[in-house]
Structure formats: structure tokens, C-alpha cells
Design a protein around this ligand. Structure first.
Ligand code: ZN
Length: 274
């Protein structure tokens, strides 16, 4: 029973502002420690639930946030960026279930701390087969391609609702804060969230072992992706991607049969749009 913990930072205990999650800011060292603590609580819960191996992927920004010297010694850590499978690196390495820790709501969601989809400067919306997707849905579909379900999510209440909407009510969720706007939340302190996350992660693995976890999440083919960029210049640049089609206004569309290709196309279009 091998578990992948795919970690992001905006949904970590106490985070409410970009300054707390971007390197170089005075608060950042505190919050990378809190990120490491949330991940460690997840590792403890996963092993307590019956996991035999746990690997962690640091998916925030440059992938260099989690403090390896403090990570639970039973786990391994994928760090650095870019990596072929980005936020879900290692999902292709014989993983049985994935946990999204410190995740956040999709761009435009109401009462979601630091809501965005990959880049809040470039992307104002992402749709797959005409359904609005955030990072949870997109990364979840990539995991589904490898036949791996998302079994747990942690973050604010809006993220918890989003993962239930995408992956079903059988997913276990740990709500560590209640957002009251994009940049403010009522936050539980680490002493409470550590216990909560550990308990929820444990239940998620027990559910997986007993066949009660969500099924792998997949999208129907052909897969149509639509990206709305913040500025028309970004859409101009992104449409230079081979086989991409400029739709109306700031939107670019791309069609493929494989979510792995869609994932690469999305990231390439965002790089072009920079
Ligand atoms: Zn992030």
C-alpha cells in the first residue's frame, strides 16, 4: 500500500497571504515549517492507517518548500521544478492512492484562500470538456490516467467542497481553515490541525484498503481543454502552441485523447504566455 502525498502551500495551516508562501518574504520560513508539519501529520496518519510506503511531492512554486531535514524519516521527498509530472510526480511509480495536502480552490471560487489555477497572473479560467477545473481536478485527472484515486484533501472549506464535487463524497477531507474572503480566514492552530490531518489521513488509507475510497477520476475522450488568459497578449502567445486553436477573446482551446498530453499542453501554453 503505497501512498503519494501531493503537497501545495496555499491550503496549509494558517496561510492567508502570498507573502507567506513566496520565498524571500520574512514570513515564508515560518510557513514552510508549517507546510512540513502538515505533511508530517499526513505521513503519520497514512502509516497508522496501514500504508507500507509513503512518498511526498512538493508541488508549490519551485517545489523547494518542504524541509527535508524535518520530514518523517519513513518517507521520501520529490523536490525541485520542473518535473515531467509536476505537482503529481511519482504517481506513475506504483502508487495506490493520492492525498492532496495544502490544496486551494480553483480560480474564481468564492471564499477560497489564494484561489488560482496554476498561475493567478496568467490564467483566469480552465475548462475541461466544458467543466470548470482547478488544480485539484486537473491533477486528479492525471492521477486517474494512472488508475490512482484521490483519497484525501486538506485546505479551506471551499477546497474541501471542490474535491468532494470532483472525486465524490467518499473522499476524506481535513478543513484547516474557514475562508471569509480570498485573503482572510478563521484558522485552526497547528496543534489542532496536526491531529485532524493525521486522523483524516489514517481514515483515508483504511477506506482505501477496504474498498470504500473514491474510484480513480477520469475525463471522457476526446478531451477538450479551454484556457482563458488574463490578457489577450497571453492568449496570442499561447496560441502559437502547435494544434492549439484561438477561440474567442482571451481563450485558447486544445483537443487531445490523452490527459497527459493535455497536462503538457496546458503547462507549455502557460510558459509561452509568460
Ligand atoms: Zn501553490
Amino acid at each position: 500500500m503505497k501512498i503519494l502525498i501531493a503537497a501545495d502551500m496555499e491550503g496549509i495551516t494558517g496561510v492567508v497571504d502570498w507573502d507567506q508562501v513566496m520565498p524571500g518574504n520574512p514570513d515564508y520560513p515560518r510557513f514552510r515549517k508549517l507546510m512540513t508539519d502538515d505533511v508530517n501529520a499526513t505521513i503519520r496518519g497514512a502509516f497508522a492507517g496501514g500504508a507500507t510506503a509513503v512518498t511526498v511531492t512538493d508541488g508549490h512554486n519551485n517545489g523547494r518548500n518542504i524541509m527535508i531535514e524535518e520530514i518523517d524519516s519513513r518517507a521520501s521527498l520529490t523536490s525541485g521544478s520542473p518535473a515531467p509530472l509536476s505537482m503529481v510526480s511519482s504517481v506513475d511509480a506504483g502508487v495506490d492512492g493520492v492525498m492532496f495536502v495544502g490544496y486551494h480552490g480553483r480560480m474564481g471560487a468564492i471564499n477560497a484562500i489564494l484561489d488560482h489555477t496554476w498561475s493567478d497572473e496568467r490564467v483566469s479560467g480552465l475548462w475541461i470538456n466544458d467543466r470548470a477545473f482547478g488544480e485539484a481536478g486537473l491533477n486528479g485527472a492525471v492521477c486517474g490516467h494512472f488508475n490512482v484515486p484521490i483519497i484525501m484533501g486538506s485546505g479551506d472549506q471551499t477546497l474541501c467542497a471542490e474535491v468532494r464535487e470532483f472525486f465524490g463524497n467518499q473522499i476524506e477531507t481535513a478543513q484547516v481553515k474557514k475562508a471569509v474572503s480570498r485573503m482572510a480566514a478563521e484558522c485552526l492552530p497547528p496543534e489542532q490541525t496536526g491531529k485532524l490531518i493525521e486522523e483524516v489521513a489514517k481514515r483515508a488509507v483504511i477506506n482505501l484498503k477496504s474498498g470504500k475510497a473514491p474510484k480513480p477520476f477520469t475525463v471522457s475522450k476526446p478531451i477538450k481543454m479551454r484556457v482563458e488568459f488574463e490578457q489577450s497578449e497571453m492568449a496570442d502567445k499561447a496560441s502559437y502552441m502547435p494544434h492549439a486553436k484561438r477561440a474567442e477573446d482571451r481563450c485558447v482551446e486544445y483537443i487531445a485523447d490523452d490527459i497527459g498530453i493535455i497536462y503538457q499542453a496546458f503547462r507549455t501554453m502557460l510558459a509561452l504566455a509568460k
